[in-house]
Design a protein around this ligand. Structure first.
Ligand SMILES: Nc1ncnc2c1ncn2[C@@H]1O[C@H](COP(=O)(O)OP(=O)(O)OP(=O)(O)O)[C@@H](O)[C@H]1O
Ligand SMILES: [Mg+2]
Length: 255
């Protein structure tokens, strides 16, 4: 479980997160939803320690993140951030291989090669593995970064808008892959936290939803409880119709 307790955060003196408290359950998919600027990326970056924690506490599986040595944290938790700056002359295979660094620290072995090959295959990157990142399309680059996160082989994987730029085939494939790897019946299920704007992917695949608005948790719970017209309308400030299809909410936000 990730326990987030009374986390507040300022950037250049401006308050961004206000006393955020929530639990993210172990195994399964937690979708972090909310309007642009709500603080989703800031919260994810604090959990992964890409930003220093100023106030409050974040505990991952019983370990306080601010006191965990970097290598231990990297073996336990991976993040694919929203702004992934492209190192241009890097090949896809080498980028995915970076995910293994915390394991081998410069001397990759057969296990590392196997993990890289698996991630490359999982994300349909076989034909692109020798290509340079700056010669790929936006969606292809996105898949390469997500594959790097998977290759890290951590129990926790934080994905900030992993569906960005993906076509519907690759978006669905990503969700199905994440879903399959997070089932509690597995020997070692992963736990994935992902920021999603495409709300119907959260409706279709998430086990748990955390909604952020104006730097605060405005709702959290199961998709059935959170993805209602009342909660979504309050969250996004627009009228939103929700239908039920095969027992799941289908959010009619596009009309
Ligand atoms: N480096 C920065 N300097 C100043 N303000 C920042 C900085 N990074 C983020 N902010 C502000 O913090 C707030 C929260 O940003 P954050 O990136 O966490 O939002 P978000 O929920 O991820 O939004 P989006 O859906 O657009 O990605 C925004 O108002 C943003 O303008
Ligand atoms: Mg963001």
């Amino acid at each position: 479980m990730i326990e987030i307790r009374n986390v507040s955060h300022r950037i250049n003196g401006t308050p961004i997160l206000h006393d955020v408290t929530c639990d993210i359950p172990r195994s399964g998919i937690t979708a972090l939803i909310g309007p642009n600027g709500a603080g989703k990326s800031t919260l994810l970056n604090l959990v992964a320690r890409l930003l220093p924690l100023e106030q409050g506490a974040i505990v991952v599986d019983g370990e306080d993140v601010s006191r965990t040595p970097s290598r231990d944290l990297a073996l336990r938790l991976a993040i694919v951030a929203q702004q992934v700056g492209i190192a241009s002359r890097l090949r896809v295979q080498d980028l995915v291989g970076f995910g293994r660094w915390p394991h081998h620290r410069g001397r990759p072995g057969p296990q590392d090669a196997a993990a890289v090959a698996e991630a490359i295959s999982d994300f349909g990157l076989e034909d692109l593995r020798h290509r340079f990142l700056d010669e790929l399309s936006g969606g292809q680059q996105q898949r390469a970064f997500v594959a790097m996160g998977f290759a890290q082989g951590t129990d926790w994987l934080l994905l900030d808008e992993p569906l960005n730029n993906l076509d519907m085939f690759h978006a669905r494939a990503l969700m199905a892959r994440v879903h399959a790897q997070t089932r509690p019946s597995l020997d070692r299920p992963r736990s994935v936290v992902m920021v999603v704007h495409e709300i119907n992917y959260a409706a279709g695949w998430a086990d748990h939803i955390v909604a952020l608005k104006d730097g605060q948790v405005s709702a959290s719970g199961s998709p059935k409880d959170i993805l209602t017209p009342a909660t979504l309308s309050a969250l996004f400030g627009m009228e939103i119709r929700v239908e039920q299809v095969e027992g799941r909410p289908l959010i009619m936000h596009h009309l």
